[in-house]
Design a protein around this ligand. Structure first.
Ligand code: SF4
Length: 81
């Protein structure tokens, strides 16, 4: 899966993803996560050397707010479900 986005509607601002993949996930003022690659649009391919970290974050997110797909999200976390 090459694309990643955070669903900010369900993110509980726990901070786990930024620990797993600090190069990919940052936080907004309210503590919710965002993908740094593309302003959380889910349109930029995950760099190969970050993929394992992103999968760790994806699997560890307690609210299942990290979405991954083979297809771009175009800003909508639910677009590939
Ligand atoms: Fe939000 Fe999930 Fe990241 Fe926690 S791990 S900050 S719930 S996206």
């Amino acid at each position: 899966m090459n694309y990643v986005i955070v669903d900010k509607e369900t993110c509980i601002a726990c901070g786990a993803c930024g620990c797993a993949a600090p190069e990919i996930f940052g936080y907004d003022a309210d503590g919710t996560s965002r993908v740094l690659l593309d302003d959380n649009q889910g349109t930029t391919k995950i760099p190969e050397d970050s993929l394992d970290d992103v999968i760790d974050a994806f699997e560890g997110c307690p609210s299942e707010s990290i979405k991954m797909s083979d297809h771009p999200f175009n800003g909508n976390p639910l677009s590939n479900e």
